[in-house]
Design a protein around this ligand. Sequence first.
Ligand code: FES
Length: 103
Amino acid sequence: MASITFITPSGATRTVERKDGSLMEAAVQNGVEGIDADCGGVCSCATCHIHVEPEWVDRVGPPGSAERALLELQDVTNERSRLACQVRINDALDGLVVRVAAR
Ligand code: FES
């Protein structure tokens, strides 16, 4: 089980508990503001863009090539950007904090 905290663009925080699935699924199923997931998680919309808090970047890992290509088209991409649908939840991510990217 992992506890994941989302910080929305408006500054609200939402902590959810999940044992598997993706960060996007955890956000959508818990009504996290700003995660629209228009493509349903197939890495083609970037409406699940997040910024991983610095202390978690190494544990979350880097984006894959398709994910990176999509992120490069976004306005607010930085070195901590990920698409939430491409991050799988596991016990090692217990305590993870991510910020929903502003659009
Ligand atoms: S849900 Fe569309 S890219 Fe993540």
